[in-house]
Design a protein around this ligand. Structure first.
Ligand code: CDP
Length: 257
């Protein structure tokens, strides 16, 4: 953010370097249940981001002193693979990963009915395999799908998007170059059903009016992405139903032979 350069981020036709219009999202693809050992999982491709999310729990919180007798604790761990960025990232948690893990944990916790699972922990692992800006929101979006896949009751799937400012204009869903050379980035996440904002951060500078515009733009996109999350869950469970029906049919046929 805010790196000095002569790079033009918006051309004379009003298009961005990857050809997008100001309010256009990068392509997003979500897949559910991609891991067999976890209780729930999801994989998201969002522009150049590739991220896996896995969920364990609710299970007895350990060590015991971390247990809360009235509710579950939500532990999200955001991790960037060494090979996820241009310059090899030193493995292990840095200050940035600790911060992102904290804000994601809080955003997910706001939607989960934590009081239904006292003394337990719900562990969420977010592994960034390839990063291209916007990973905290893409990771959070995948994580809430993985929570649903694990059968954890929630008010709604948490979902988000970022908006920001490049070349003096408010735009949706910044990519890496825009994040590096733009003026501001504002990641936002909501619970669509209640319209609560559960994550909002800002890097760089915008006026009050620009912030208002960025929030509106990010919220609108989040509602669109919320449908992609639900479609991905439906696709997995419908596929499962078809598979079950086919197995039953085969069993019947075999019995009849
Ligand atoms: O990913 P997100 O936008 O949520 O967080 P950020 O801290 O604004 O990082 C923006 C982007 O910078 C990441 O998505 C990565 O592409 C890149 N980055 C990097 O190349 N090396 C790092 N150690 C951290 C971030």
């Amino acid at each position: 953010m805010g790196m000095q350069s002569d790079i033009k981020l918006i051309d004379e036709n009003g298009l961005r370097i990857d050809g997008r219009k100001p309010d256009e999202l990068r392509p997003i693809k979500i897949e559910v249940g991609v891991l067999n050992r976890a209780d729930g999982s999801a994989y998201i491709e969002w522009g150049g981001n590739k991220i896996l999310a896995a969920v364990y729990g609710p299970r007895e919180a350990f060590p015991k002193h971390t247990q809360n007798p009235s509710r579950a604790i939500v532990n999200a761990r955001y991790n960037m693979a060494a090979f996820s960025v241009d310059e090899r990232k030193r493995p292990g948690p840095d200050r940035r990963a600790i911060e992102i893990s904290k804000v994601i944990s809080e955003a997910l916790e706001a939607s989960i009915f934590v009081e239904q699972f006292p003394r337990t922990s719900i562990d969420v692992y977010i592994e960034v395999l390839q990063a291209d800006a916007g990973t905290r929101i893409a990771g959070l979006t995948a994580a809430s799908v993985a929570l649903a896949d694990a059968g954890i009751p929630m008010k709604d799937l948490v979902v988000g998007c970022a908006a920001g400012k490049i070349d003096g204009k408010i735009v949706l869903d910044l990519n890496k170059e825009e994040d590096n050379y733009g003026e501001a980035d504002l990641p936002l996440a909501i619970i669509p059903r209640t319209q609560e904002i559960v994550l909002m951060q800002m890097d760089g500078n915008m006026t009050r009016e620009e912030v208002r515009q960025a929030i509106e733009m990010a919220k609108k996109a989040a509602l669109f992405i919320s449908n992609l999350q639900k479609e991905a869950l439906r696709a997995k469970y419908e596929k499962g139903e078809i598979q079950k029906a086919e197995e039953n049919l085969n069993a019947e046929v075999n019995k009849g032979e």
